[in-house]
Design a protein around this ligand. Structure first.
Ligand code: ADP
Ligand code: MG
Length: 677
């Protein structure tokens, strides 16, 4: 296969410059990539029915003899209708085609064909409109259906696929070694390739599919394992002195049981001499930051440095401001490192990290740059874990001598999947919110109720609270989507005159963003009109209203995150979802939010509504996109692939053996996107 990944798609017969570009649109640039572009569905032509027994509303295959070849008549709009007749041995039925003069020649009287399409019935008169058809003698049993794009339909793709299959080398290297194929009863690569594209039966396609799913998940698992440098499992830093109780006393509140348990579990890990690899999973507002802070504090008090990485500048700054207030008086120098801190500041911070005088650094991706070095990095924390890619996680750890690793995420994921993404990871769950939190009341409204909503906002502001309003656009676009800048303007002049309003979006300079957030956090600004830059992590407990314009544009989990910006204090909070979208899917989605505050249930519903492919899309966890496997649906296969990966790696830790050459090549291929980005 490796050589076919290097063979350009243009080398196929019938693929010129233009088609090559269209293939590019489908993400296919080489012959190898084409072969890995599997059908999205199949048409089963193997057991035709009669029009009388055809299922209602679903396409099916009908075998019939043409009794009248189609003839054209002009109809309105300059169209020509071709009408013919056929007999399936039980009933006669009509065949209708529009503007297709060729059918007259292709469908010959007295010949048998297999027609594929929907059968419609009307007073016992049966019809098939624009069916596909194949001469009965040469009709395949199963026809593949490919994802197509304008100008490149499934039939054309199938044609190219036939060509591509001919290019499979005689001595094709199967990435799966014979021993693995035998153990898991999997067919060979050549058979899989032929049968996934042009199966002799649906069962054969399924056999091929199973093997290809297994291979893909195995390659994914191997790639992830190779990328993680777990070393010997020994950490350069063993925590001797548990100072967490001392830290808890510095906080204005007492920790929840769940928070204490998570801290305790991590302390045990860090004292063991082995590297900690722990995921803290807790719904929005469950207090993950305090857990991270306690551990950073302990690391620093034990003479080590800690690094806390957040996905956005706003969040990094917020963590920095909050932690500095506790850490500095306690004698732990704390610094912020993001792309926008001044050069002078950066130079000072880099020096402090290199000589070990800075105990805690909070930052964004900027922490990963090459000139950041640590004297003794003992603990790495990543907040909102799912926003980072696999390789980014590894990059920060590599700046120390096997530092302990704590990752935090609000996105609940199934345990097996967590294992796959994060490797051999221990889990702490924050299954409890801090006391006194009230359920956020959530309402979905149409835009004609907006003025009433503003009346409600005003009352909240007069009671001393603050509000967020989320708009999808920064500036007014062509469509009627709400824009941050204009919306803020209207609030000032018309809707909420006299209230202090500020706008925030990703295109503002970091300094401006920072100043807006500061004014909002301090309460000087009452209404923050923002894009989703505030989606994760932002913590202003005095804010009690989250209003989301064009709510139909966001996924469930995203809306849940946005809603999580309020209800972070003792006061009753509200979420108002504004949408004029009438479709069922939106109504269902917004309905789920109105009905529950539970992040786990929302993720579950999200999974059902969007389908696993999308839910586990790249953005959630930074894994490469999979071609055939579906990590949620193919969970059994995932477990088997994980076992196979462990066996393979324990015998051959870096895939050097000749029989693993193919697996190694496929691993590179799968992760090539990640390395480039
Ligand atoms: P998340 O888990 O979403 O990151 P945060 O760590 O930002 O949540 O905490 C949410 C809010 O709850 C913050 O204002 C924080 O100060 C507060 N908080 C955290 N733990 C407690 C606690 N045990 N008691 C009261 N308030 C808490
Ligand atoms: Mg957080």
């Amino acid at each position: 296969m490796a050589s076919l990944y290097r063979k350009e798609i243009r080398s196929l017969k019938g693929v010129g410059e233009r088609r090559a570009e269209l293939f590019q649109k489908l993400g296919v640039s080489s012959v190898g990539a084409l072969l890995r572009d599997y059908p999205r569905a199949y048409e089963d032509l193997s057991s035709p029915c009669t029009v009388r027994s055809a299922p209602a509303g679903a396409p099916c295959a009908v075998r019939a003899c043409v009794t009248e070849s189609p003839k054209g008549t002009r109809i309105r709009g300059g169209m020509t209708l071709y009408r013919g007749r056929a007999d399936d041995g039980e009933s006669e039925f009509s065949l209708l085609f529009f503007n297709n003069p060729y059918v007259a020649d292709l469908l010959r009287e007295g010949h048998e064909y297999v027609f594929y399409g929907k059968v419609t019935a009307d007073f016992l008169k049966y019809e098939m409109t624009s069916p596909e058809f194949f001469p009965a003698e040469t009709c395949p049993a199963v026809k593949p259906v490919y994802h197509q794009t304008q100008g490149l339909n499934s039939r054309l793709i199938a044609g190219c696929m036939k060509e591509a299959l001919l290019l499979l080398p005689e001595n094709l290297l199967d990435p799966l070694p014979p021993s693995v194929r035998e153990e898991y009863s999997l067919c060979g690569l050549r058979e899989a390739m032929e049968q996934i594209h042009f199966p002799v039966s649906l069962a054969a396609a399924e056999t091929a599919r199973r093997r290809l799913i297994f291979e893909e998940l195995l390659v994914l698992q191997l790639g992830l394992s190779l990328m993680k440098d777990r070393g010997t499992g020994e950490s350069g830093f063993r925590l001797e002195d548990d100072r967490s109780e001392e830290f808890f006393r510095l906080l204005p509140y007492s920790l929840t049981k769940a928070q204490r348990r998570a801290v305790g579990e991590a302390i045990t890990d860090m004292s063991s001499g082995r590297v900690m690899n722990r995921l803290v999973q807790g719904d929005v507002g469950s207090g993950k930051t305090a857990v991270a802070a306690a551990l950073c504090y302990c690391a620093a008090k034990n003479g080590m440095q800690a690094a806390l990485m957040a996905p956005t500048e706003i969040l990094a700054r917020q963590h920095y401001e909050a932690l500095r207030k506790i850490f500095e008086p306690a004698g732990i120098p704390t610094a912020l490192l993001t792309a926008s801190v001044s050069t002078a500041q950066k130079v000072e911070t880099l020096a402090g990290l290199a000589d070990g005088s800075i105990g805690l650094v909070v930052g964004t991706h900027a922490l990963l740059s090459r000139n950041v070095t640590f004297r003794r990095l003992g603990l790495v924390v990543t907040d909102e874990q799912h926003r980072f890619g696999v390789s980014q996680r590894a990059a920060l750890s590599e700046k120390g001598d096997h530092p302990h690793l704590l990752v935090m995420s609000a996105t609940p994921i199934p345990r097996t999947l967590a294992l796959m993404i994060y490797g051999d990871l221990d889990l702490s769950v924050l299954d409890e919110l801090p006391p006194g939190r009230q359920k956020i009341r959530t309402y979905a409204i149409a835009s004609d109720k907006r003025l009433r909503a503003f009346g409600f906002l005003r009352k909240q502001i007069e009671a001393g609270h603050q509000c967020y309003i989320i708009c999808p656009m920064i500036e007014e676009g062509q469509n009627d989507m709400a824009s941050v800048t204009q919306y803020a303007e209207k609030l000032r002049s018309k809707w909420l005159p006299g209230c202090s309003i500020a706008a925030l979006h990703g295109r503002m300079k970091p300094k401006e963003k920072d100043s807006v957030m500061r004014h909002f956090a301090s309460g000087e600004v009452s209404v923050l009109v923002s894009t989703t830059v505030v989606e994760v992590g932002v913590d202003v407990p005095n804010a009690t209203v989250m209003m989301v314009e064009n709510a139909e544009r966001y996924g469930l989990s995203q809306l849940h995150q946005l809603r999580g910006r309020v209800g972070r204090g003792k006061d009753q909070s509200y979420c108002i979802l504004v949408s004029d979208a009438q479709n069922e899917e939106t109504t269902a989605r917004l309905g789920v939010l109105c009905a529950t505050n539970d992040g786990f249930r929302i993720a579950d519903a999200d999974l059902k509504l969007r389908g696993p492919g999308d839910f586990f899309g790249n953005r959630q966890h930074g894994l490469p996109a999979l071609k055939i496997a579906d990590m949620a649906a193919d969970m059994d296969c995932l477990n088997l692939a994980q076992k196979a990966a462990r066996d393979i790696l324990s015998a051959d830790p870096s895939l050097d053996l000749p029989e693993h050459r193919g697996l190694r090549a496929e691993t590179r291929q799968l992760f090539s996107h990640l390395e480039r980005s």
